[in-house]
Design a protein around this ligand. Structure first.
Ligand code: F6P
Length: 363
């Protein structure tokens, strides 16, 4: 294969703290160590569909000062799959495969490799582009920490700090008002943020998608706490939790409709409040968890990934993704990394220690 001169870099899917730190480390390594030119592909893969409008050179100056910045300086989208790209034509939404344009444009731009920073969905697109002949390397990303190929993803630690701080604040007001306070945290499919932030914040109840629970069990637990003089309860709920089996009954008893499933924190909060007959308040932390400056841990992990992914290019290890295993940086085939979710083990150490200190999972 010809010598590498120019590489592209893109960020896809939901943003998270540490993306800019990866971009900075990759640009610095590419320029200072290997003498490559770097092109920023804007808004996921959009920059390879419209290169004239959505791509630009990334120099050392461009990445200066971005280490502590949240978000991504090259933009992102979770709607830009080139294999199923959505356009509006004549007022109608149509779906087209524009992946051939992506490959053609990457060649025309002189890109010898493309760094794809993203979660499961984005890595799958990267893999398909690699299979079509584009030399792709990957960096895993998700604040949910549910990618099985890597022990941890950057952004997760920062999200934990944000959630722990919020739970600490909720604690003081819960105690003053003798209330049940429900905090909904992110985690579309897995309960990692909920269990770790719940432990760090001293939550009394943690509800995660991996452990089926009932409203009744949570209410019994609240009553047991009251029996020993604890008049407030903190409940952390992962957004990915499904409605518990007894939720419909609890609402039916009060002749009320069950809230929409998209409002799981509110639905659970209302159900617990009704059943325990206690004042309950709900806080949904939402996208605050994805914003802000990365923690020192995330800055360092992002920097390690950014350097390692450019090393992969120099070694021409295309189709690979960097990862962290036993606290060391490795790489794995992207094909092995996508599709396999890392769930919280209901019998694993985290849940076991939480149960030993009296945390209720509603099971
Ligand atoms: O996967 C990361 C994540 O933050 C999930 O926890 C959340 O469900 C989702 O992305 C939200 O995505 P968006 O609001 O950007 O569509």
């Amino acid at each position: 294969m010809a010598e590498i001169r120019k590489i592209g870099i893109c960020t896809g899917g939901g943003d998270c703290p540490g993306l800019n730190a990866v971009i900075r480390a990759a640009v610095k390594t590419a320029v200072l160590r290997y003498g490559y030119e770097v092109v920023g592909i804007e808004d996921g893969f959009d920059g390879l569909i419209w290169p004239a409008q959505k791509s630009r050179p990334l120099t050392l100056d461009d990445v200066s000062g971005i280490l502590p910045r949240g978000g991504t300086i090259i933009g992102t989208t979770n709607r830009g799959d080139p294999f199923k790209y959505k356009f509006v034509e004549g007022g109608q939404e149509i779906v087209k495969d524009v992946s051939d344009d992506v490959i053609r444009n990457a060649k025309a731009m002189g890109l010898d490799a493309l760094i794809v920073i993203g979660g499961d969905g984005t890595q799958k697109i990267g893999l398909q582009l690699w299979e079509k002949g584009l030399p792709v390397v990957g960096v895993p990303k998700t604040i949910d920490n549910d990618l099985s190929a890597t022990e941890i993803t950057f952004g997760f630690d920062t999200a934990l700090h944000t959630c722990t701080d919020a739970i600490d604040k909720i604690h003081t007001t819960a105690e003053s008002h003798h209330r049940i306070m429900v905090v909904e945290v992110m985690g579309r499919d897995a309960g990692w943020i909920a269990i770790e932030a719940g432990l760090a914040g001293g939550a009394h109840v943690i509800l995660i998608p991996e452990i089926p629970f009932t409203i009744q069990k949570v209410c019994d637990f609240v009553r047991d706490r009251e029996a020993v003089g604890k008049r407030f309860t903190i409940v952390v709920v992962a957004e990915g939790c499904k409605q518990p089996g007894d939720m419909a009954t609890k609402f039916a008893e009060q002749k009320r409709a069950v809230p929409r499933p998209s409002q799981i924190g509110y639905a659970i909060g209302e159900a617990i409040g009704m059943c325990a007959k206690r004042e309950t308040r709900v806080t949904v932390l939402g996208h605050i968890q994805r914003g802000g400056s990365p923690s020192p841990f995330d800055r360092i992990l992002s920097t390690r990934f950014g350097v390692a992914v450019v090393d992969l290019i120099a070694e021409k290890k295309f189709g690979q993704m960097v990862c962290l295993r036993e606290a060391r940086i490795h790489s794995v085939p992207i094909a092995d990394a996508v599709g396999a979710m890392k769930a919280v083990d209901p019998n694993g150490e985290m849940v076991t220690i939480a149960k030993k200190i009296g945390v209720c999972f509603g099971d």
